[in-house]
Design a protein around this ligand. Structure first.
Ligand SMILES: [Zn+2]
Length: 356
């Protein structure tokens, strides 16, 4: 049986074994445990720097896969000298890589929710592979339509809604993929909008989740203007809202009538308080609230009606009263046929800032 002194161990490996009476050798590649792994630390860190250089991040985590031959070498030695309960070569070298890379990159380690996760694979002959995955970035923002927004189509309202949505989504995705170098982006707008409507005021809220983004630290708001749309990316959030947050919208509509209007037609509009509108779907009943309605008479046959209501109230259905699945409707309240000429979303507010 070999004695300790017959083993060739480098300084790093001998110190890690906590063995007494052993004088470490001035060797690297001849080390019978690590074969010079320790001396490759700098080179490994350089590879990490290369792999992460296009990422903007604050925190990192490193995972390491080390060829089993290194463990085997160490296990043999440890069982020969009955060394137990101390950390193995992988844990040791990983800690050193982390420490050194932290210093070089000037970033912090975060074991629970790092901005980027770096996976390092070191093979038997030190073949090293490095890959990087970044944390999904979720941003909260708002968008407005500004001058120049156009969408050409002549389909039905439902199709137009869908096309409008896809069009906006396409523009946002392209802009974000340019900014964040990510090709997997999901757009989550809050509420629906009419295709013709201009989103005025603070804009329509949305969330966007960006997978494997190169930009993970997002500290300042960002405005992107493109194709008649202004996207304001406000802040990074921890997660998407689990249920749709309660939003209230303020909508300006133009309503026209076949018959001339009389002043007495509006008596139902004075101080009606909060109105409950019932919406019946095939499977369920749903209620939306109208908090306020303001009328401005434009002509004898036209009025401007501003509605503040829960997001999700189908405005056109409410005004025109088509179908029996919604009650009450504007025609029921006014006792006459109504036609909706225009819908503009003035604002979408969330619960906290909605009703004051
Ligand atoms: Zn060694």
């Amino acid at each position: 049986m070999k004695s300790k002194s017959e083993y060739n161990l480098c300084k790093w490996c001998s110190e890690r074994q906590h063995i007494r009476n052993y004088r470490p050798k001035e060797i690297t590649r001849q080390c019978q445990i690590c074969h010079g792994l320790w001396n490759r630390l700098e080179e490994t860190c350089n590879k990490l720097t290369q792999a992460t250089k296009s990422y903007q991040y604050d925190t990192f985590q490193i995972g390491l896969t080390l060829d089993h031959s290194f463990y085997d070498n160490e296990d043999k030695f440890r069982s020969r000298f009955k060394i137990r309960g101390i950390e193995n070569i992988k844990t040791s070298i990983l800690r050193e890589i982390r420490k050194k890379f932290g210093k070089v990159s000037n970033k912090k380690t975060d074991l629970h929710s790092p901005d980027i996760t770096i996976n390092v694979q070191i093979g038997r002959k030190f073949e090293t592979k490095v890959s990087v995955i970044s944390k999904t970035v979720i941003l909260r923002g708002r968008y407005n339509k500004i001058k120049g927004f156009q969408i050409k189509n002549k389909n039905s309202t439902n199709d137009r809604l869908e096309i409008n949505q896809r069009h906006i989504e396409k523009i946002l995705k392209k802009e974000i993929s340019d900014q964040f170098s990510s090709d997997s982006i999901i757009f989550w707008p809050v509420g629906k909008e009419e295709p013709e409507s201009l989103v005025l005021g603070n804009g329509r809220p949305f969330y966007v989740s960006i997978k494997n983004s190169k930009k993970i630290s997002f500290k300042q708001g960002l405005s992107i203007q493109s194709n008649g749309l202004l996207f304001k990316l406000i802040e990074k959030v921890r997660a998407l809202p689990t249920s749709a947050p309660l939003y209230v919208k303020k909508v300006m509509t133009l309503v026209s009538f076949q018959e001339k209007l009389r002043t007495s037609d509006f008596k139902n509009f004075t101080d009606f308080g909060i109105m409950i509108v019932e919406i019946i779907n095939r499977k369920s009943k749903n209620w939306k609230l109208i908090y306020q309605m303001d009328i401005k008479v434009k002509t004898h046959r036209k009025l401007e009606l501003t509605i503040t209501c829960d997001n999700g109230l189908p405005i056109r259905k409410f005004i025109e009263g088509d179908g029996l699945d919604i009650s009450p409707t504007l025609p029921q309240i006014l006792g006459r046929k109504c036609h909706c000429n225009k819908i503009d979303i003035l604002d979408i507010l969330n619960e906290e800032n909605s009703l004051n």
